[in-house]
Design a protein around this ligand. Structure first.
Ligand code: ADP
Ligand code: MG
Length: 317
């Protein structure tokens, strides 16, 4: 298997809402906010309309990589509700291998709230995803994977049977590279030291995230300080900055890429996920950093004008 993804098996409820919707539910724009099941049910009832689609940060990136021709598998836990079917069929279109048994309970849901400026804000419930545990993983196959791609939430998966220690032990033993995307400020704060330790040990190959989240990992507010901080990390760091610059650090500071968007963005959900897929596509083919960034920008641009976090049409690198 070229790439194994591990992450949230989310059903996205994509909804275009006015700015006032965010404030009425105390949602910080551009961020991910955790909701109790009851509060989420209230929010869902208040959505003007929504489209339920397969989502999840790592799952979206895995679909982008599958579309690029890599063999891929995804691990994420679903519930036993009709949403599980939506999530599974979201993978078949891309040829991602998926065979994790479902759990009795609800699948994880995420309201993807799109404001008129195309920014996305997330309101999510925990759900079945958080129960993914070591028994769900084929560690024999994982041992020979080319890359494990995951998101920061996976560091908390498994409850009383935590996934993370066994996953890290396997990566350490088999020298499988790991990429992690940071998508939540709360978890960035919780795991920033653990991320640094993984990088120091040479287990974390690439840390990915937008500036809102990586500033929490770095402990600095301003871009030059964040860059200076990550230059000292023993891993590559790919930081996007909304619609502006992109920063790539790998021992030294490498590139800045300013995307040009021909069309007015409709929905920026998944932009960072497909940016990551586009970058990794080039990276795994050993292309130059500049070529990886150009491809990443192209992938992000394609996703901004569709109302989905995954590619619909696809151009080869
Ligand atoms: N509104 C936008 N206009 C133009 N490009 C955008 C916009 N939003 C995202 N992008 C592109 O997608 C990339 C990733 O977006 P970003 O918002 O930083 O990530 P995330 O989706 O993780 O929040 C950006 O670097 C840029 O190339
Ligand atoms: Mg963004």
């Amino acid at each position: 298997m070229d790439i194994v993804g591990i992450g949230l098996a989310n059903i996205d409820l994509i909804s275009h809402v006015p700015e006032s919707f965010l404030s009425s539910f105390k949602i910080t724009k551009g961020q991910a906010t955790k909701f109790s099941d009851l509060d989420f049910a209230r929010l869902r009832g208040a959505l003007p309309a929504y489209d339920a689609q397969a989502g999840g940060c790592a799952a979206n990136t895995i679909c982008g990589l599958a579309a690029a021709g890599f063999s891929t598998r995804f691990y994420g836990k679903l519930g036993d509700d009709p949403f599980a079917h939506t999530f599974i069929s979201g993978f078949s279109a891309f040829g991602v291998t998926y065979d994790v048994p479902s759990l009795v309970g609800d699948s994880s849901q995420c309201a993807v709230l799109i404001t008129p400026d195309a920014e996305r804000s997330f309101a999510y419930t925990n759900g079945a995803s958080w129960s993914l545990c070591p028994e769900d993983i084929d560690f024999m196959e994982l041992a020979s994977a080319g890359l494990v791609y995951t998101e920061i939430y996976a560091m908390a998966f498994g409850g009383r049977r935590p996934l993370w220690p066994e996953l890290v032990a396997s990566l350490r033993k088999n020298k499988v590279p790991l990429a992690i995307k940071v998508i939540d400020q709360e978890y960035a704060a919780l795991y920033r030291t653990a991320l640094f330790a993984l990088a120091e040990e040479g287990i974390l190959t690439m840390l990915i995230g937008n500036k809102d989240n990586l500033k929490i990992v770095s402990g600095y507010e301003e871009t030059p300080d964040i860059i200076a901080h990550f230059q000292k990390w023993n891993c590559a760091v790919l930081m996007t900055d909304g619609r502006g610059s992109v920063h790539y650090m790998n021992g030294a500071y490498h590139e800045i890429y300013k995307p040009d968007v021909e069309h007015t963005p409709l929905n920026s959900s998944g932009a960072g996920d497909q940016f990551a897929a586009g970058f990794l596509e080039g990276f795994l083919h050993h292309h130059s950093v500049e070529a990886c960034l150009v491809n990443a920008g192209r992938r992000a641009k394609d996703i901004l004008i569709v109302n989905a976090p995954r590619p619909i049409k696809y151009r080869k690198i």
